[in-house]
Design a protein around this ligand. Structure first.
Ligand code: SAM
Length: 233
């Protein structure tokens, strides 16, 4: 399966998530074997927010990271942004979402002042953008000096045995699950294809450094299939 041409990718991605919005959470739980909420809690911890701090959840989708952040840290302020209104509408209907301003915005042009947050995070965004360095640079811009930028993404495992299992999982299991819950024609092939095209964790760390983030580090989860990167502004 080919990925959409770069100039068509934003519209393609928006249509795909708009079509999947109602069943997105269910799809997530099934595909990650129920692990995804645990990773979102790790994202919140990695943001290291000060008391009463401000967090921007970029590409918040149905708001699960933003909501988890407020559940773990009721003292903080969280803003969620995304360019797919249908995803945020699902988020807005969830319990506790009343405290979260949901802002329609492209991750490459965030409508927030420079240094206005203590941390910015994204979950499963970076595979979908047309310019990964620019997306990190935008998050760096809106975070104050000393704050953090945190990225959670799917990645390809390095060890051969896990790599083979990962291919089996992604090219056989994931397309079936996605086809069951998504009405978008090619959503089920986009996910594996975009993951294969995505930089591996060491390269992603270099991209973050090149975008001006310091002390970039990462850890992998779920047999090396998920990467959590953290950088400082
Ligand atoms: C896989 S979902 C992740 C949602 C949420 N972060 C989570 O952890 O479940 C990806 C989200 O990224 C959003 N997205 C993709 N590209 C974007 C962009 N350039 N600007 C803003 N949002 C974007 C999509 O609309 C979608 O809601």
């Amino acid at each position: 399966m080919a990925l959409p041409p770069l100039e068509e990718k934003p519209r393609y991605v928006r249509d795909m998530f708009a079509a999947a919005a109602q069943r997105y959470d269910l799809m997530n739980r099934l595909m990650t074997l129920g692990q995804d909420q645990k990773w979102r809690r790790l994202v919140v911890a990695a943001c290291a927010l000060p008391p009463g701090g401000r967090l921007l959840d970029v590409a918040t989708g149905t708001g699960d990271i933003a909501l988890e952040a407020l559940r773990l840290r009721p003292d903080i302020h969280v803003v969620g942004s995304d360019f797919t209104r249908a995803m945020m509408r699902v988020g807005q209907s969830k319990e506790g979402a009343g405290r979260i301003p949901f802002v329609e915005a492209d991750a490459l042009r965030l409508p927030f002042p420079t240094a206005s947050f203590d941390a910015a995070c994204s979950g499963f965004l970076m595979r979908n953008v047309t310019d990964i360095p620019a997306a990190f640079a935008e998050q760096r811009r809106v975070v104050r000096p000393g704050g953090r930028v945190v990225c959670l993404e799917i990645t390809r495992p390095a060890a051969p045995i896990w790599r083979d299992l990962f291919h089996l999982y992604f090219f056989r299991f994931v397309p079936r699950i996605t086809a069951l819950v998504s009405s978008h024609k090619s959503a089920y092939t986009y996910l594996p294809a975009s993951t294969l095209a995505f930089p591996r964790p060491p390269q992603l760390a270099e991209i973050m450094q090149a975008a001006g983030l310091r002390q970039v580090r990462y850890r992998t989860l779920m047999l090396g299939t998920i990467a959590l990167h953290v950088g400082e502004v």
